[in-house]
Design a binder for this molecule. Structure first.
Ligand SMILES: C[S@@+](CC[C@H](N)C(=O)[O-])C[C@H]1O[C@@H](n2cnc3c(N)ncnc32)[C@H](O)[C@@H]1O
Length: 256
């Protein structure tokens, strides 16, 4: 059963090019690794979706696992990662616990945890955000790293607010109709998909709700969860976020 709105969308996610984002994030992560001299041997991609980031990290020699709330997204990831030694978990955020196979009491810990493509914006409030950060922290080895990106309130307001996006291919047509709610800094996206099946077009709809948080709230939640903040950037750069930045990248470290 899916615990996120990614149900039918899963089948067309990669075909729509949505997987390109996490591939770009893994390239950015390699720069982050060099800058901070990070050499992870094990990693967990939280909200791994269709598993594209996992595939890239595995190719770099990192023993990866993945977690997502959507059984449909994980099914696509499992196909993509067939033959790789990758464990996929279906777990809902904000609170999650993963254990070693051999012992239900021994927590699995990793050198690196990642969470890409505004997945954390699906958390409903600050309390959930902090709970998710705490769960990540709990699964990191000492001196382990957490790298994530999030949409900012500016992105919700300007990129999402009142906008309609369409995307067309020969056999797939999508419409995204967005609404912004300033009071909660959240946005609702009504997604409609038309997919050609033989001579007929099949329609399905999904509703996605994302919420954005001011940078100081994200940083406080990180610190309150135990992290040392090692970087907080305009995503894909090593510069500070500006007013109007659409996406941030946060880098937290579990102290030694
Ligand atoms: C935009 S997709 C990103 C997927 C992948 N990280 C990528 O970069 O392509 C968001 C993912 O977060 C997952 N997700 C959203 N809310 C979640 C929650 N509360 N618990 C677990 N997974 C969640 C969705 O199922 C989906 O796979």
């Amino acid at each position: 059963m899916n615990t996120t709105p990614y149900d039918r969308f899963a089948d067309v996610y990669d075909r729509m090019g949505a997987d390109e984002f996490s591939i770009k994030m893994t390239e950015y992560c390699l720069k982050i690794f060099r800058r901070f001299k990070i050499r992870p041997e094990t990693g967990l991609d939280v909200c791994c979706g269709t598993g594209s980031a996992i595939k890239c990290f595995v190719e770099k020699g990192i023993a990866m696992s993945g977690l997502d709330g959507s059984a449909s997204m994980l099914a696509v990831a499992a196909r993509k990662l067939k033959g790789q030694r990758v464990t996929l978990y279906q777990r809902p955020l904000p609170r999650f616990r993963l254990y070693e196979f051999a012992s239900a009491r021994k927590t699995r810990r990793f050198d690196l945890v990642t969470c890409f493509f505004d997945s954390l914006n699906y958390l409903k409030n600050e309390r959930e955000l902090k709970t998710a950060f705490k769960s990540v922290y709990h699964h990191l080895n000492r001196a382990g790293w957490f790298i994530f990106d999030m949409n900012t309130p500016a992105a919700m307001k300007i990129l999402w607010g009142g906008q309609i996006f369409t995307k067309a291919a020969d056999d797939l047509y999508t419409v995204w109709k967005n609404e912004y709610f300033p009071k909660t800094k959240s946005a609702t996206c009504h997604a409609t998909f038309f997919r050609k099946k033989g001579k007929l077009w099949e329609r399905f709809d999904e509703v996605h709700v994302e919420r954005a948080y001011d940078n100081r709230i994200i940083m406080k939640a990180l610190r309150d969860s135990g992290f040392r903040i090692m970087g907080f950037y305009r995503c894909f750069s090593f510069e500070k976020p500006r007013r109007g930045t659409y996406r941030i990248c946060g880098i937290g470290k579990r102290p030694e």
